[in-house]
Design a protein around this ligand. Sequence first.
Ligand code: KE4
Length: 420
Amino acid sequence: MNHSKSIQAFAKACQFIPGGVNSPARAFGGVGGQPIFIARGEGAYLVDVDGNRHLDYCGSWGPLILGHSHPRVVEAVNRAMANGASFGAPTELETQVAELITKLMPSIEMVRMVSSGTEAAMSAIRLARGYTGRDVIIKFAGCYHGHVDSLLVSAGSSATTLGVPTSPGVPKGCTQDTLVLRYNDVAGLQEAFKAKGDTIAAVILEPVVGNMGLVVPTKEFLAELRRLTQHHGALLIYDEVMTGFRLALGGAQQLQNVKPDLTVLGKIVGGGLPVGAYGGRADIMKKIMPAGPVFQAGTLSGNPLAMAAGLATLEELRDRPPYAHLEKLGAMLEAGLGVHQRVQRVGSMWTLFFNAEPVVDYDSAKKSDAAKFGRFFWAMMERGFYLPCSQFEAAFVMAVHTEEHIRQTIAAAREALAML
Ligand code: KE4
C-alpha cells in the first residue's frame, strides 16, 4: 500500500503541530510508523490521501456508529449551516437534543451541553463536589475520562499507549483528592468507603471499559458500587462517552439496569461534531449555574451545527435501531477471530488482545503484548482494514458494516495472525 502522500503530509504537519497530530491517540505511538492522513469517509470506509480505501473499525474513536457521511446527518448539518453557525444565544435545537437525551436515558432528568467528553467529565466532577460539599473522587486505574487534571492519574487510552498515565504538568494539588482503585476490585471498593466514605463526593467509571482495551465489569462490582455510593451519600457517575447510545439506545446503564446519579456523554451524541454533555438527577443538575451556584460555561456549548448532527444521529438510532444488527456482526467477528486470539466484546465494542489471560483490570491489560498488536495492526492495514492504533483501545462495528465485511475481516485477520 502506497503511503507517500501521508508521509509528506505528516512531515509538514510536524512543522506546525506538536507530534503532527491534534490528539496523541492518532499518533500511531502504540503501533509504530506514521499516521495515515485521511481525505474522506464514505459509509464504512476511509479513503486516505494516497487514495487507499480502508474498512474502518475506528469510526473516529466511537462517534460514527452510523458510518461516515450518513445522508441524514449531512443534510441536517447543511441545513443548520445555512441558518448560521453560532449565535451565542439559545436555540430550540438545544432543547430538542436535551429532551431526546432524557427520553433515551431516563436517569438523565436534566442535561447540559458542552463541547467534548473531557469538558463533560470535568464539569460532572465539579458538580459532584459542589453538590455534596465533599472533595474525594474515586476513579479506576486504566479508565480514561479525558484530559481532566484531577482524573489524569493512571489514565487509559493514549495516556497508557504513550506511557504517561499520570502526566507531567498536573500539580499534586489537583490529584491529592483523587483515589485510584482497581477496576472490578470489590474488596478495594469496600475498604475505600470504610476508610473515607463520608469524604467521597463521587465515583466515576467507564461502565464498560474501552480505554484499557475492552474490559467488562462484574455484576458484583457494579452492584456493590451502586450500594456503597447510595449508602455513603456519594454520587455514582457513569462515563458513557463511549458506551452511550452505542451498547444500547439507553447506553450501558440500560443494559446493566443501573441508575447512575450523573452520566457523562460525548462521541455519538455529537454525530461526529464536537459535543459533550453531562446530566442526571434534576436536584443535582439544578446546582449548575445559572440555576445554581456551581459554575460552568462555554462559548460553543450547544452549537447549532453540532446539535443538528447529534439530533440527526440520535433520531436515526431511535427510528431504525441498529443494535440487533451490531450484535449479530459483533458476535460473528468474535467467533471468527476468537478461534485464534483472545477477543473481549460487548455489542459493537471489541478488542483483540495479545494476552493469554482474561483482561479484567489495568494490571492484566498491561500484560498484553502491545508490540505484537502493532505488527497485527500494520498487517491488517496493508490488507485494507483500519483498526484503532493501540492495544489499549476498543474497536467499533458500525451500522453500515455488513456480514460480508465481517467475513473479509476474519479472513484477513487469519492471514495476518499467521504471519506475526
Ligand atoms: P473527548 O474529550 O476526547 O471528547 O472525550 C474524552 C473521553 C471521556 N471518556 C471516555 C470513556 C472516553 O473514551 C473519552 C475519549 N476517548 C478517546 C479514545 N478512547 C478519544 C480519542 C482521542 O483522545 O483522540
